[in-house]
Write a protein that binds this ligand. Structure first.
Ligand code: ADP
Ligand code: MG
Length: 222
């Protein structure tokens, strides 16, 4: 599902650079990504999602080489095929929760907003415990509620790949387990692939595999 070869990336400003010689995630795999703050975990998710482009190397998702698509095609590919739970949620503050969750459907014709979609959105929000917050704006939500709204938005199009950047980072222990259960259930029911950055080491046994960013550092230095 994800195939990275000889990836090299750096930001226009700053010292940071990321080198990933080789990384493969199989379809249906549930993989945790760990590593110290600032090691490039969010940068990697942005590269996989096609938000950033590598300077060298290849990033392929589901046999599509995202790194060679045009900007417009990369964007459509991301919206339709990848569910991204951003570390800082990226909810639009001028939309209520329901409209935020439906937003991907409104910005691309590749997703079809038929009458069944809002019903699924409401059911998903109920499952995630924010069913009573659908009319609220993001400024009126707690961090944990924002996070759950961001998860709903990512899951609604039933993407083949879910990229989640610390999806349980703002949740209390009880909600943490529940949200992870729901993420895993949704992933399993659509046979999707999950790549989740996490700092919760107690959650790691729930994943098939762990990718540790320290390994990339070592290979980059070697
Ligand atoms: P992590 O998610 O592992 O905490 P990030 O991928 O967010 O790490 O950041 C990796 C490094 O890249 C950090 O040193 C960060 O300061 C730097 N960085 C992140 N975004 C940018 C940017 N837009 N421009 C320049 N440097 C950035
Ligand atoms: Mg990060």
């Amino acid at each position: 599902m994800i195939d990275i070869e000889a990836l090299e990336f750096h930001y226009p400003q700053g010292e940071f650079s990321l080198s990933i010689p080789h990384m493969v995630v199989a379809q249906g795999e549930k993989v945790a990504v760990i590593g110290p703050s600032g090691s490039g975990k969010t940068t990697l998710l942005n590269l996989i999602a096609g938000i950033s482009k590598p300077h060298q190397g290849k990033v392929a998702v589901a046999d599509q080489t995202v790194s060679s698509l045009s900007d417009a095609k990369r964007r459509d590919f991301r919206i339709t095929r990848i569910g991204f739970v951003f570390q800082d949620f990226e909810l639009l503050d001028y939309l209520n929760v329901l409209d935020n969750i439906l937003h991907p459907y409104r910005i691309t014709h590749a997703l079809n907003l038929n009458s069944e979609v809002p019903q699924r959105a409401i059911a998903l929000a109920d499952e995630l415990g924010i069913g009573d917050k659908l009319k609220r704006f993001s400024a009126e939500l707690s961090q944990g509620e924002k996070q759950r709204a961001a998860i709903c938005r990512a899951l609604l199009p039933q993407p083949q790949l879910i990229l989640a950047d610390e999806p349980t980072g703002n949740l209390d222990p009880r909600n943490k387990g529940r949200i992870l259960d729901l993420l895993f259930e949704n992933v399993a029911s659509s046979n999707a692939t999950l790549l989740a950055v996490t700092h919760d080491h107690e959650l790691l046994p729930r994943f098939d595999r762990v990718i540790d960013f320290l390994d990339f550092r070592n290979e980059a230095v070697a």
